[in-house]
Design a protein around this ligand. Structure first.
Ligand code: GDP
Ligand code: MN
Length: 379
């Protein structure tokens, strides 16, 4: 789950990371009122769950409350990378001396969290990473020992941070480590962490991602989920306990079991197709869950064919078949569907589907080949 900037920064503040004063507004008049409270210059920032808002025109400086109102109205009418802006953060503006990039994320290959920093922070960080990777400093953190003081100093030295800021930087590094580890984050990022003209370190931007599998122990974070800003299919999938990830291909995949789902996607690619999604309906899925899954797959307009690959173990193939029939009745799909059922009650399942005009397949390879052909409009 992604958190908004304002949510991330509120969490940062609890761990002693300095953030600018500010509040969130859903209307331009509210933004003006906040600007009046703060006095002086403010920055109006779109709250959408994608990066690159600045480049997209979603971050603007206002000299006074009237200008804040005008800019907030403009930004609240924007769409950034397909997401409508529903809220803006109004922060007191900082006078920036320089911008630092600072984050912690998982390094899967190293099986450790990694702290990443660069003196070349700000909106061009992707460019910096691509063209001058030596400007990006990485230090792994032992998850059992946590961040050590010397590591924070090491990073400060490596990014040529002037000595006078080291003490504050260490505190921010420790805070960021606590933010990351205590909230089960997969990313805690400050970009930019700025040095202001009056010589303070302030987190101007904040971004956090929380591991969905750990959400059960963070009721306070779960409440922060902004369903309005999520793809509706993802919200729907979570409601039914389905693991669903939308992809860019044309073959919808409905599979039980994560490993089988990945295998199915691989084999679809092997036969020249592209999967439209990863979807695991899980073990023992009943017909309602199957119907929900099918509706989610078919709500993606890129889907040109659907592949059902069900291995009946705990999941019963006849239950899955019933779910497919329920969903077909409701959704009336127009795309071809290829089904492979094996395992528990497969025979009953096939009988149920016999009249449903589905393409049947015996093996996984056969199913993949047929769905790729069907997606291309061939028999
Ligand atoms: P992002 O583009 O989504 O990462 O949004 P950021 O919050 O990082 O803002 C983008 C850029 O706007 C920053 O890198 C800064 O250069 C600039 N910016 C943000 N807040 C302020 C501010 O308070 N004062 C000034 N002068 N610039 C700001
Ligand atoms: Mn940023």
């Amino acid at each position: 789950m992604k958190l908004h900037e304002y949510q991330s920064k509120q969490i940062f503040a609890r761990y002693g990371i300095p953030i600018p004063k500010g509040r969130v507004a859903a209307a331009a008049s509210e933004a003006k009122a906040i600007a009046e409270e703060l006095g002086g210059r403010v920055v109006i920032k779109s709250q959408v769950l994608v990066g690159g808002r600045g480049k997209a025109g979603g971050v603007k400086l206002a000299k006074n409350p009237d200008e804040a109102e005008v800019l907030a109205a403009q930004i609240l009418a924007m769409e950034i990378k397909g997401l409508p802006v529903r809220k803006v953060l109004v922060d007191e503006a900082a006078a920036i001396e320089s911008e630092i990039y600072f984050s912690i994320t998982n390094d899967r290959a190293a099986r450790k969290p990694v702290m990443i920093a660069s003196a070349a922070g700000g909106m061009e960080i992707e460019e910096v990473a691509a063209k001058t990777p030596e400007k990006i400093i990485k230090v792994h953190i032992d998850p059992l020992l946590g961040l050590r003081d010397y590591q924070a100093r090491d990073i400060a030295a490596s990014i040529d941070l002037p000595r006078e800021y080291w003490k504050d930087f260490s505190k921010i590094a420790t805070g960021l480590w606590q933010v990351y580890s205590q909230n089960d984050a997969t990313l805690a990022e400050i970009n930019p962490l700025v040095i202001t003209k009056d010589k303070r370190l302030v987190a101007l931007d904040g971004k956090m991602m929380i591991d969905d599998n750990a959400m059960f122990r963070h009721a306070d974070l779960a409440e922060m989920r902004d369903v309005d800003e999520e793809a509706p299919a993802e919200t729907e999938a979570r409601k039914y306990g389905l693991s669903y990830i939308k992809l860019d291909g044309s073959i919808g995949c409905m599979v039980n079991g994560a490993g089988l789902a990945m295998t199915s996607m691989d084999i679809v690619k092997l036969f020249g197709g592209e999967p439209a999604n990863f979807l695991d309906i899980g073990g023992g899925a009943g017909s309602d869950k199957v119907a929900a899954a099918m509706k989610i797959i078919l709500s993606d307009l890129n889907v040109k064919a659907v592949l059902f690959n069900i291995f009946g173990g705990i999941t019963r193939c006849d239950e899955v078949a019933r779910g497919i029939l329920v969903a077909m009745d409701e959704v009336k799909p127009k795309v071809p569907m290829v089904v492979r059922l094996v395992g528990t009650n497969a025979e009953e399942g096939r009988k149920l589907l016999a009249d449903a005009k589905m393409i049947t397949a015996e093996t996984l390879a056969d199913a993949a080949r047929k769905s790729v052909a069907a997606a291309k409009g061939k028999k």
